[in-house]
Design a protein around this ligand. Sequence first.
Ligand SMILES: C[S@@+](CC[C@H](N)C(=O)[O-])C[C@H]1O[C@@H](n2cnc3c(N)ncnc32)[C@H](O)[C@@H]1O
Length: 514
Amino acid sequence: MSSASRHKAPSHVRYSEGKGRGVFAERQIDAQTVLEISPVLLFTKDEYNAYGKHTVLDQYPLKWPDGRMALAQGLGSLFNHSDHPNVSYTADIETDSIRYTTTRAVAPDEELCIFYGHEQRFENTDGTPPAPSEPGTNEDGWGGLSEIEAEGMVNEGSGKDIFTFADGDPCDVIDEEDLPFERLKLFEDPEEETVDQVQTTKVWVVDLPDPRQTNAVLKWLKQTSFDTPLHSHLKRVRKLPSPPNTTSVLLSPHHDTQPPPPIPVLESPLSEPYVLDVPKTAALTLSSCKVKSSLWPTVYAPRRKGEPELWERGKVRWACDAMRRVVRAAREAEDNGELPIAAYVPIPYFASEDESTADDGLRRDFVASDTRKSLAHPLKHSVINVVRAIADHRASSSSETSDTRGELQKESTLTPGLAPTDALTAAPSRSNGMHYLLTSLTLFTTHEPCIMCSMALLHSRVKEVMYLYPMERTGGCGGAACLPRLEGVNHRFGIGVWKGGNKAKKGVGEEVDA
Ligand SMILES: C[S@@+](CC[C@H](N)C(=O)[O-])C[C@H]1O[C@@H](n2cnc3c(N)ncnc32)[C@H](O)[C@@H]1O
């Protein structure tokens, strides 16, 4: 028996009025409990059309993210549909399995149901599906995303093709204007080809009476907090040719008027540090490098740091799936009386298996919704909740790796809501960057994160943030403020605004912090 099945929440199969067999909770089950991990049998669309479709199997398959049909084993095929589901499901393409997780606490004997989609071919005995919207419009207010089912899968009965980007080579680069989101430009790229055009910032600099003091000063700098990455586009040392034949060292940013403290243990004392205007950014062209370096030696970096990366079709599909997932979580939250706001951090997109095996980051995804209503806690925003869940996961993974494997499998040692398989597959060590919670990860969210959440994301070193609804009055990613644009921040992240969010239907007022 696998560790996953040993930890399954107790449920049983029995007849459900008007629906055939269904899955029922045997006892009270907490929210975010993994109920089942069902391996799937995969077959091609052609095989399905030729054979499966004409048999009883027709009721069961789901469309797999790669377009094949998937038949869930175990309990997976027995979950009935509900318009107000208490179970969500996630495709794990690495293990060809589907994970079923409760979205809220479930009472003993309650039926465990998933959401198949808005169109069913059977008579739905569980509520009425919403009236269909005009074809081609996004009347759902979720950019059309809510019409699409969980995690890149759709019940075949709905007959929808879930991927706008379904056809074509996953490695094709998608044109910027065809992307399903618009990137927020963090900085303009001004021409800086003359001294007048160069944008500058102020720094403290000291001249050395003796060039042989350079190493001692650099060594001292390394031990101080002045060795800041903010000036990584500048060289540390400037040597002016004779005359005046001076060596100068860049000490620190000029945040305030206080000069840096005196540099100890030098044979001949240094002159007083002074403030100098230096280029703010690296040089994009050789000619600009020459101009900028006349102020202070500047790094030539033809590809600007933060320049938007190209998106391949495969990655766009991954992002569409993630956006659907987060919309679904927000709708579930709303059904449960919360604000319809959710955040989702998927496993990063890997173009190849080699990339995926080389990565030692997250091995599972994380989703959280806003819980400030149910917990009567004003800070329980969805972004904070998801960052917290990842922190707990990382903490439990790192402590578990020091345990024996046997101890790892004891349920009591695991974080609630963390499936045993997650713990066992978690990264074995905190290697480079792991002490930041979201290094290399993308966060998807329904609403632009507020300033508090944006700051939490900045501190977590998130790679990029994608949101559906701009929050002009409260947002910290382009609305009221744009944190990664601020001067002096030590990390910048990309921002994508999803196309098609219907402002009028975002479900929360302008004044709400998301
Ligand atoms: C994936 S199967 C679920 C298990 C099924 N009840 C069984 O006994 O094998 C899907 C089928 O279950 C039935 N079903 C699921 N949800 C239903 C609902 N809300 N109302 C009526 N029938 C439902 C429909 O016949 C549907 O084609």
